[in-house]
Design a protein around this ligand. Structure first.
Ligand code: NAD
Ligand code: UGA
Length: 475
């Protein structure tokens, strides 16, 4: 079966870049990416490529080649479903904020809506591909919905989880460690697997495309994210021990990572992991384990989240203790708002948590991030107040929008954010932070001047020499 027409539902951080790379590498396939969010689609269609809705290195170049040729962005979901032979579901699967499983389970309402719409619209056979990260056995749910119409249309459901990381999405998609395709055993299922295999094989070597059964594929994605997040919590747990013992976490990471069985990647200690996926996927895994009556397994993985929370908390407490037990009325500069460098994505960024905690202690906050706009920063801070109201208050105050606007200023220029501050916190590892004139920054700060590096960006000796009271995670 040769696919000529693809539809992808969801034009987000996964749907957009993934489909752009498929379209670039498969000029013989028409790829239409659809979304309910009209503004997002408008931005994907913007003539000026610097206005694309997401920032990813090299993404604009790929869009430039394929858009208008065989890559299209549209809000007409029904038409795109109708025309396609293969439909990728790439919508968001956030943590539930209501009802059963609130705060833990994946909210599959967007997935269910897609499945219902595909069932309603389809007049010809379709291969439906799960691209979103889903609880194991979701393909069964999708299949049940798709086949409920009994109108003679045949559906094959495949699992094809995405492993790209933001900030390196295009490089990851061009040159993946592996592509994973899960499918059923029937002849039609295997033909569908083969059709997807052939699409990837346009640029990915055969031996990098792994095929498994549906459930292994769905669960592999949760397992991969759990393992990756676990490494960060593991190294972060040692960073606390380093600070008590005079050991240096980067030296430990180097020594431990040199063991080829352990490997050197993903051992950078930090203020904690952020991003839209690690926390939500592990919470979902913990929820699934409890559902399947595996409490020991659930507790084991939950600890990865607890250490991450502990690390963020520890960082904030350290700031407050260092600044003589209160930051009330003190000017604190925050450098970096994105959850990692080279993205404008701020979902679950530790910067949101750290700033919120400092606001609880009545600090005056001045923020600079090279890629995140003020509107996004205010909206993140407001969202956390809404979550506090709806999910967990933890005895903390719910701040009003007015209070946030009064206490937080967002700057376009880092030196303005830093001027006259009592302390600076580095919360994203943007390369440009290394190039700042830190002597000048020190000169323009109030004394004693404090610098809290939550990403291990700056060199301790150099910064100490300038005169800062310097804290770097795990040193
Ligand atoms: P996102 O929020 O950036 O994008 C999802 C898009 O789907 C949104 O634009 C939303 O408007 C759209 N949408 C939702 N329901 C829709 C519907 N019924 N019809 C049309 N459009 C609809 O999310 P994302 O970061 O791209 O993540 C998508 C999925 O991929 C999630 O399951 C996530 O866990 C997984 N994933 C994400 C990454 C990542 O780096 N962000 C990596 C691997 C896997
Ligand atoms: C992660 C995985 O790396 C991807 O494989 C996966 O596809 C994706 O989640 C997903 O399912 O959404 P992403 O969250 O985009 O990708 O970025 P990562 O590079 O994994 O970083 C996540 C967080 O961990 C960031 O806050 C980063 O700063 C932090 N991190 C990462 C560390 O603190 N230390 C490290 O050594 C690595």
């Amino acid at each position: 079966m040769k696919i000529k027409n693809i539809c992808c539902i969801g034009a987000g951080y996964v749907g957009g870049p993934t489909m752009a790379v498929i379209a670039e590498n498969c000029p013989h396939i028409k790829v239409t990416v659809v979304d309910l969010n009209a503004q997002r689609i408008k931005d994907w269609n913007d003539e000026d490529l610097s206005n694309l809705p997401i920032y990813e290195p090299d993404l604009a170049g790929v869009v430039k080649i394929a858009r208008g040729r065989n890559l299209f962005f549209s809000t007409d979901v029904e038409k795109a479903i109708h025309e396609a032979e293969m439909i990728f579901i790439s919508v968001n699967t956030p943590t539930k904020t209501y009802g059963v499983g609130k705060g833990m389970a994946a909210d599959l309402k967007f997935i269910e809506l897609c499945a219902r719409q595909i069932a309603d619209v389809s007049k010809t056979d379709k291969i439906v591909v799960e691209k979103s990260t889903l609880p194991v056995r979701t393909a069964q749910t999708i299949n049940t919905i798709l086949t409920s119409k009994q109108n003679g249309v045949k559906f094959q459901v495949l699992s094809n989880p995405e492993f790209l990381a933001e900030g390196s999405a295009i490089a990851d998609l061009y040159n993946p460690d592996r592509v994973l395709i899960g499918g059923g055993d029937s002849k039609d299922d295997q033909l569908a697997v083969q059709a997807l295999f052939e699409i990837y094989n346009n640029w990915v070597a055969k031996d990098k495309i792994i095929t498994t059964n549906l459930w292994s594929s769905e669960l592999s994605k949760l397992t991969a994210n759990a393992f990756l997040a676990q490494r960060i919590s593991s190294i972060n747990s040692f960073s606390a021990l380093c600070e008590k013992t005079g050991s240096d976490i980067d030296e430990i990471a180097q020594a431990v990572g040199a063991d080829s069985r352990i490997g050197s990647k993903f051992l950078k200690s930090s203020v904690g992991f952020g991003g839209s996926c690690f926390q939500k996927d592990i919470l979902n895994l913990v929820y699934l384990c409890r559902q399947f009556n595996l409490p020991e397994v659930a507790d084991y993985w939950e600890q990865v989240i607890k250490i991450n929370d502990y690390q963020k908390n520890r960082f904030v407490k350290n700031i407050i203790y260092s600044l003589f037990n209160t930051v009330s009325g003190k000017k604190i500069a925050i450098l970096g708002w994105a959850f990692k460098k080279d993205t404008n994505d701020t979902r679950e960024s530790p910067a949101i948590y750290v700033t919120d905690q400092l606001l609880q202690d009545k600090a005056e906050i001045h923020i600079f991030d090279p890629k995140v706009c003020a509107k996004q920063i205010y909206s993140d801070l407001e969202d956390i107040q809404i979550q506090r109201k709806n999910i967990y208050s933890g005895g903390l105050q719910v701040l009003s929008i007015n209070a946030i606007r009064k206490m937080v200023k967002v700057h376009n220029n880092p030196y303005n954010a830093l001027k006259d501050s009592h302390a600076v916190c580095i919360l994203t590892e943007w390369e440009e932070f290394k190039t700042y004139d830190w002597k000048k920054v020190y000169k323009n700060m109030l004394k004693p001047a404090f610098l809290f590096d939550g990403r291990g960006v700056l060199l301790k000796e150099a910064i100490n020499e300038i005169g800062f009271n310097f804290y770097s995670i795990g040193k």
